[in-house]
Design a protein around this ligand. Structure first.
Ligand code: RIB
Length: 304
């Protein structure tokens, strides 16, 4: 399997409204959708749509939302044999209000995602992985066990440190991560440096490198990406798009990065391709529904 994603699977309840309600206010929105989401599932969907043989390791509940997930996963070209069902916990959900500018906030109720513990890790899924991608919506210890195994087999580990927990992140995570891809909010929370401009973005990336990360790729939203690692020190401006909905933009970036790396593309080019994938996800509504296909990504980026 060239890309393995270990991470969360949620049912997203997405609402669209002109603005966020003020604290204590009730207000009418416009529309809503119930869609397949979760950072792990979105990243796996991106990797599969972008053309990589992709396996997802995750955990859902034995409930109606779990059935909703399985029905949709079946049509995505993702190998879901390592998506297991917890007999007790409920399938994870996320409530996502989106406002007119496309900006969103997310509240996740993790449920079964929290039960993806080391004892239920399907290690056979990791055999032959060229790239392992994880986030922090499922237990980090399990992802790190998987990462050590993949790296021992010669694969790469990409850690998307999202969401950043309140407790400090296990220092082993940084030492195992060949690449980490925090966004602006995550960068501030992890490093204490707000990446408001290029010097501060570079300083934050340097701090991540000091933790032991191979390459720090700081996602700067509408200002592009700053990447710092062995033989790479650069700012890549964003692909210009009209933003409709930023949900899963970061997930599409990570999926694109994993696919390019699994295909043996050089790091700078892989990050550039990932940026195109992230930009495309901003142009339409939805979570895993908004991630681009290979044809769409190559129409924007050129042939990978
Ligand atoms: O990155 C977007 C995702 O974060 C959503 O799909 C939601 O489920 C949360 O996991």
């Amino acid at each position: 399997m060239s890309v393995v994603v270990i991470g969360s699977i949620n049912v997203d309840i997405v609402t669209y409204s002109a603005r966020m309600p003020a604290p204590g206010e009730s207000m009418k929105g416009e529309t809503y959708a119930m869609v397949l989401g979760g950072k792990g599932c979105n990243q796996a969907t991106a990797a599969a749509r972008l053309g990589a043989p992709t396996r997802l390791i995750g955990r859902i509940g034995a409930d109606a939302f779990g059935d909703f997930v399985r029905e949709r996963l079946a049509s995505r070209g993702i190998d879901a044999r390592s998506v297991t069902t917890d007999p007790v916990a409920a399938t994870g959900i996320a409530v996502i209000p989106i406002v007119a500018s496309g900006q969103n906030s997310i509240i996740v109720i993790p449920g079964a995602n929290d039960t993806l513990t080391e004892d239920v890790l399907d290690e056979s899924a990791l055999r032959g992985a060229r790239v392992l991608l994880s986030q922090i919506e499922t237990p980090l210890e399990t992802s790190l066990k998987a990462a050590a195994r993949v790296r021992a087999g010669g694969g790469l580990y990409v850690l998307d440190p999202a969401p950043v927990p309140d407790a400090p992140i296990d220092s082993n995570a940084w030492k195992l991560a060949d690449i980490t891809t925090p966004n602006e909010v995550e960068t501030l929370k992890i490093t204490g440096i707000d990446p408001v401009d290029l010097p501060s973005a570079r300083a934050a990336a340097e701090r991540l490198r000091a933790f032991g990360v191979g390459t720090a790729v700081v996602k700067l939203g509408a200002r592009g990406v700053y990447a710092l690692g062995d033989g790479i020190d650069l700012h890549l401006p964003p692909f210009p798009v009209t933003v409709v909905d930023t949900v899963a933009a970061g997930d599409s970036f990570n999926g694109g990065l994993a696919v390019a790396l699994a295909e043996g593309v050089g790091l700078q080019r892989a990050i550039h391709f990932a940026s195109a994938c992230g930009a495309l996800a901003c142009t339409r509504k939805g979570s895993s529904d908004s991630v681009p296909t290979r044809a769409e990504a190559e129409a924007m980026f050129g042939t990978l």
